[in-house]
Design a protein around this ligand. Structure first.
Ligand SMILES: Nc1ncnc2c1ncn2[C@@H]1O[C@H](COP(=O)(O)OP(=O)(O)O)[C@@H](O)[C@H]1O
Ligand SMILES: [Mg+2]
Length: 272
């Protein structure tokens, strides 16, 4: 069973869109996905409840609606046979909640929009995932999704420069498309919608699906540039002052801190 957590404390970045469409995709592939909704706004819950019995089954766990009849761990327990748990998370989750949320995640997806505010928020989110949740960068668990992009806009190029500087794979670039709005309204995923209209959107999901299929721990195949700013900064920061004193753990921590600092610096340099 694979556990995929979609996270970004910035509201409106596309967490629910990614989580629901991923669940829809898995259901259309005859997998047995669970969609776990931790957001009190319940957008994923509403989507799942709109689904028709003839559609592929998405088992909903409305984690934000506490069921007093059972224990919490029972409520959150996926049914047997579950192949994937897709976790949708609320906006504004504090950094100290990140470790709990991501500890058991095989894959962590961070959707980000092309806007100055969202790029800054994303750099904070990545910093918290690396430093507070201590997600190792070399285990291929963390992927960024550029969402609602309009190519050939200045802010799109800013976003891509920022994402490339992170040294974290961009696992999908998803365009701004009414198909996602329609999917949200109807309880469908774009993979369950009629061919011609969604072809371009389906293509954008292929790298994402491939990345999810790569086992955690494998080196990131979709790495964004051999020597990104973040990598260089991490290497510089990680250079031990005294090799005797530098334990492997120390070096690991400094590499992560270097990468997180580089993420913040990259956002600041791009945005001014
Ligand atoms: N790629 C996209 N194209 C068009 N609309 C989108 C796209 N991604 C998200 N949206 C819309 O943007 C709004 C916010 O997205 P949502 O997934 O709910 O964000 P979050 O869960 O992070 O708050 C929703 O109305 C959603 O339908
Ligand atoms: Mg949401």
């Amino acid at each position: 069973m694979q556990r995929i957590v979609v996270v970004n404390p910035k509201g409106g970045s596309g967490k629910t869109t990614i989580a629901t469409n991923l669940a829809g995709y898995l259901a259309s592939r005859r997998q047995q996905p669970v969609l776990m909704d931790f957001d009190p706004q319940g957008s994923s819950t509403r989507w799942a409840r709109k689904r028709h019995p003839t559609q592929g089954k998405v088992h909903l766990i409305a984690a934000h609606e506490r069921d007093a009849r059972v224990t919490l761990s029972f409520q959150l327990h996926p049914p047997s046979g579950t192949t994937h748990v897709v976790v949708d998370t609320p906006a504004a989750i504090p950094a100290q909640e990140m470790p709990k949320l991501t500890r058991t995640a095989d894959k962590i997806l961070v959707p980000v929009l092309p806007s100055d505010i969202d790029i800054h928020a994303c750099s904070r989110c990545i910093r918290d995932l690396l430093l507070v949740a201590k997600v190792p960068r070399d285990q291929n668990r963390l992927g960024v999704i550029a969402n609602r992009v309009r190519r050939n806009t200045l802010v799109y190029h800013s976003l891509m420069r920022f994402l490339e500087s992170l040294g974290i794979p961009i696992v999908a670039t998803i365009r701004d498309s009414q198909n996602y709005v329609r999917a949200a309204e109807t309880g469908y995923g774009i993979h369950e919608m009629a061919g011609g209209l969604v072809r371009e959107d389906l293509e954008a999901w292929e790298p994402l699906v491939q990345w999810l299929a790569q086992p955690a721990g494998a080196p990131p195949a979709a790495a964004t540039g051999a020597t990104s700013t973040a990598e260089t900064a991490a290497a510089t920061t990680a250079a031990p002052t005294s090799s005797a004193a530098a334990t492997a753990a120390d070096v690991g921590t400094r590499e992560t801190e270097g990468a997180a600092a580089a993420a913040t610096a990259a956002a600041e340099a791009l945005m001014g």
